[in-house]
Design a protein around this ligand. Structure first.
Ligand code: DC
Length: 656
C-alpha cells in the first residue's frame, strides 16, 4: 500500500493558485459538446473525474483539441451525439455518470455506462425513473437502481417525447436534477421538472442553471421545486469559457490558514466573492468558528484568530463537500462541532459519515455519528491527539481533509494518490504552505556519544528526543521473550509492527515492564544490529519513528535518520569518532560501573557492528552529502553539544 507520512505541522502561510472547479469543468465540457459551435474552455481541471468525462465525450465522437495549459477547444455537436453506439467507463465520477446518463437516455442510440465497484453502490434509480417518464429505455444489467446501465434507442413513436411534467427526487443527490436539466434541451420540447422531496445541495443546481444560461438556455423557475425548459431550447457555444477555481479545493487551504497560527494566513487565488460555486460559503462557516476571513472578487484569505477556533453547530446541506473540511477543522476548536443535514455523505465516494467518524477517532477525537449528522469533540490537553495511520477509502476528500489533521499529530495517509480524482497536485501545494515542526537528524556509529549529545541538544532546545536504536533493541528483546528467532524476518517484523513500547523520561517500557537495562546488554546490542539489517523490520518501525516528529521539534539519533527517516531534516549531523577512541570510551564506562572490560574484545565487537551497520544493503550507516561532520575524537560532550547547537542557530537564521 502506498502512503504519505506527514510530521506534525506547526504553522501555515503563503498563497495557492487553485486548479479549476470540478463541477464547472465537467458541466462545461458536456455543454460545450452539446452546443452548436466551438467553445474554448480555459482553466479546465485536469483530474481523474474530468478525464473520465473527456474520454467519454471522445468515445461519443465529440472532437476536443488540447491547446495546452488547461485550455481545450471543444467542437460542439449541436445536440446530436455523433456515436450511436458506445460503451463508457466513468470510474467513480458522479457528475459525469449522472449527467451522461440523462443526455444519452434522451439521445438516439444504444449505450452502456459502467464505473468502478463503488459507483455500482451509488444509487441512480431516481434519475432513471425520471428519464423513463420521457420514454427513455434504460435497463439495469446488474442491480436494479444502480449502475451499470444499458440505454436503448427509444422506440419509434416515442421519438422526441417531452412537453410534459417530469418528477424527480431531489433528496438523495442533486445530480439527478442537474443531469435531467442539462439533458432536456435534447428533446426540443417544453418540459417542466418537478422536484419531489426537499432538494439537497441546492447550490450545485444553481451552478447547473448558471452554466446552462451561459450556453444560451434559460430555465424558468416556479418556486423552489419546479423548473421549466422552454420549447426549442438549444445550446449555443459561448466562444470562450473560463472555469473559475474550485471552491471545495479552496476549503483545505482556508482551513489551513485558520488553524495555521500565523497572522499572514493562507490566501487562495482564482475563486472569491464573484464565484458561482456554493462551496465559497465554507468561508462563512469558518468565520463562524472564529477564523479571520478576507475576500476579493477572485481570491480569499483565512488566518487564525488570536484566541483560537471555537466549535459550532451548522446545517451543512448547502456545502456538503466543504463540510468535510469543517469536521477536521473541529480538531482544533474549543468545544464540540456539530455538522448537520449531511445524509448525502453516505452515498458519496464512500460512506463519508462512517469514514470520517472512524478516522477522527484514531486521532483521539470523540465522535458521535447519526444517520445525517456528525458531532466531533476534539482531543484535549489531558488526552492529546495521537499519531495515527489514516485510511482514505479511495476518497479524495478524505485524503485532503486529513492532511489538516497533521497539525494535531504526525500522520500516515494511506493511498494519498486518490486526490487525483479532483486535485492531483494537492500535496505539492500542501507541503509548500504547511510548515513542519523542526527536526535535527543525528547519525553515527555505535559508542560515538551521539546518544548523549542528541539527548542534551534536545533538552537544550526543549525538543522531543528519539533514540531509534532503542527500537531495534526492543525488537531484539521482544523476539527473545517471545521465542522468535533473530533470523526470522517475518516473525521479527510482525513483532516490530505490534511493539507495545513506551518511552518515559529516560525509561523504556516493553509490554508495561521496565527494560532500560536489559536493552543495553551486550547480547541485545549485538542482536539489535542483526535484526536491524532486515528490510521488513525497518519498514515496520518507520512510522513509529516518524510519530516522534511533533511540535515543538525533535532530535532523532540513529543510523538512517538523515537518509531515510527524516530526509527533509533542515539540520543533519554525522557524529563519529575513530574505533579506538570509541572502544576506549566504552571500556572507561564499564570500569566506572564496576564491570570488567576486555579492550581487545570490545574493539573487535565494535568493529563487527560498524561493519554490519555500514555494509548492509538497506539503510546503511553513512554520512549523507548534506550532513555536517562532527568528529568527536578530540571533543568532549559539552563541546560537541555546543557545536550542534551552533549549527542549529545557523540553520534557523538561514531559513529565515
Ligand atoms: O544506536 P544503538 O547502538 O542503540 O543501535 C542499536 C542497533 O540498531 C545498531 O547496531 C544498529 C541499529 N540501528 C539502525 O540500524 N538504525 C538506526 N536508526 C538506529 C539503530
Amino acid at each position: 500500500m502506498t502512503f504519505l507520512d506527514l510530521p506534525q505541522m506547526i504553522s501555515a502561510s503563503g498563497s495557492v493558485c487553485l486548479p479549476g472547479s470540478k463541477s464547472i469543468s465537467n458541466r462545461a465540457l458536456l455543454l460545450a459538446a452539446l452546443a452548436d459551435g466551438i467553445t474554448e474552455i480555459e482553466n479546465l481541471l485536469a483530474s481523474d473525474d474530468t478525464a473520465r468525462m473527456r474520454e467519454a465525450l471522445r468515445t461519443l465522437g465529440v472532437k476536443a483539441d488540447d491547446l495546452g495549459a488547461g485550455k481545450w477547444r471543444i467542437h460542439g455537436c449541436a445536440g446530436r451525439i455523433p456515436a450511436r453506439r458506445a460503451e463508457l467507463f466513468l470510474g467513480n465520477a458522479g457528475t459525469a455518470f449522472r449527467s451522461l446518463t440523462a443526455v444519452l437516455a434522451l439521445a438516439d442510440g444504444d449505450y452502456t455506462l459502467t464505473g468502478v465497484s463503488r459507483m455500482q453502490e451509488r444509487p441512480i434509480g431516481d434519475l432513471v425513473d425520471a428519464l423513463r417518464q420521457l420514454g427513455a429505455q434504460i435497463g439495469y444489467p446488474g442491480n436494479a437502481g444502480y449502475p451499470p446501465l444499458r440505454i436503448r434507442k427509444r422506440k419509434a413513436g416515442e421519438e422526441g417525447q417531452g412537453g410534459k411534467v417530469v418528477r424527480v427526487r431531489g433528496d438523495v443527490s442533486s445530480q439527478f436534477l442537474t443531469g435531467l436539466l442539462l439533458a432536456l434541451p435534447l428533446t426540443g420540447k417544453k418540459t417542466t421538472v418537478e422536484v419531489t422531496g426537499a432538494l439537497i445541495s441546492r447550490p450545485y443546481v444553481e451552478i447547473t442553471l448558471e452554466l446552462m444560461a451561459r450556453f444560451g438556455v434559460l430555465v424558468e423557475r416556479q418556486g423552489e421545486q419546479s423548473f421549466t425548459l422552454p420549447a426549442a431550447a438549444r445550446y449555443v457555444a459561448p466562444g470562450a469559457f473560463h472555469v473559475e477555481s474550485d471552491a471545495s479545493s479552496a476549503s483545505y487551504f482556508l482551513a489551513l490558514g485558520a488553524i495555521g497560527a500565523t497572522d499572514e494566513g493562507v490566501r487562495v487565488e482564482g475563486v472569491g466573492r464573484k464565484s458561482i460555486q456554493g462551496d465559497v460559503r465554507f468561508a462563512e462557516a469558518l468565520a463562524g468558528m472564529g477564523a479571520k476571513i478576507e475576500m476579493g472578487e477572485h481570491w480569499m484569505r483565512a488566518s487564525a484568530p488570536a484566541d483560537g477556533l471555537r466549535g459550532i453547530t451548522l446545517d451543512c446541506n448547502h456545502i456538503p463537500d466543504a463540510a468535510m473540511t469543517l469536521a477536521v477543522a473541529a480538531l482544533f476548536a474549543k468545544g464540540k462541532t456539530r455538522i448537520e443535514n449531511i445524509a448525502s455523505w453516505r452515498v458519496k465516494e464512500t460512506d463519508r459519515i462512517a469514514a470520517m467518524a472512524k478516522e477522527l477517532g484514531k486521532l483521539g477525537a470523540r465522535v458521535e455519528e447519526g444517520e445525517n449528522y456528525l458531532c466531533v469533540t476534539p482531543p484535549d490537553a489531558e488526552h492529546p491527539a495521537r499519531a495515527a495511520m489514516i485510511d482514505t477509502y479511495d476518497d479524495h476528500r478524505m485524503a485532503m481533509c486529513f492532511s489538516l489533521a497533521s497539525f494535531a499529530a504526525p500522520l500516515r495517509i494511506h493511498n494519498p494518490e486518490c486526490v487525483a480524482k479532483t486535485f492531483p497536485e494537492y500535496f505539492r501545494h500542501f507541503v509548500r504552505v504547511a510548515h513542519p515542526a523542526p527536526v535535527i537528524a543525528i547519525d553515527g556509529p555505535t559508542a560515538s556519544g551521539k546518544g548523549t549529545v542528541s539527548a542534551r541538544v534536545a533538552a537544550a532546545l526543549g525538543f522531543h528526543y528519539l533514540d531509534s536504536g532503542a527500537l531495534y533493541r526492543l525488537v531484539a528483546l521482544a523476539a527473545r521473550d517471545a521465542g522468535v528467532d533473530w533470523q526470522d524476518e517475518a516473525g521479527l517484523s510482525a513483532l516490530a509492527a505490534a511493539l507495545d513500547a513506551a518511552f518515559l523520561a529516560g525509561r523504556v517500557l516493553l509490554n508495561g515492564r521496565e527494560v532500560s537495562d536489559a536493552l543495553r546488554s551486550e547480547a541485545i546490542s549485538s542482536a539489535a544490529s542483526r535484526v536491524a539489517a532486515f528490510p521488513a523490520v525497518r519498514a515496520a518501525l518507520l512510522f513509529r519513528q516518524r510519530a516522534f516528529h511533533r511540535a515543538p521539534g525533535l532530535v532523532g539519533d540513529g543510523r538512517d535518520m538523515a537518509s531515510v527517516v527524516f530526509p527533509a531534516a533542515p539540520l543533519k549531523i554525522f557524529l563519529t569518532a575513530s574505533a579506538h577512541v570509541r572502544a576506549e570510551r566504552r571500556c572507561r564506562q564499564l570500569l566506572e560501573n564496576g564491570q570488567d572490560a576486555d579492550r581487545a574484545a570490545i574493539l573487535a565487537d565494535l568493529k563487527a557492528r560498524d561493519d554490519r551497520d555500514r555494509n548492509r544493503p538497506v539503510a546503511p550507516l553513512r554520512q549523507e552529502a548534506d550532513a555536517r561532520l562532527l568528529d568527536t575524537d578530540a571533543l568532549d560532550i559539552e563541546s560537541a553539544v555546543a557545536q550542534a547547537l551552533a549549527w542549529w542557530r545557523e540553520t534557523k537564521s538561514v531559513k529565515k
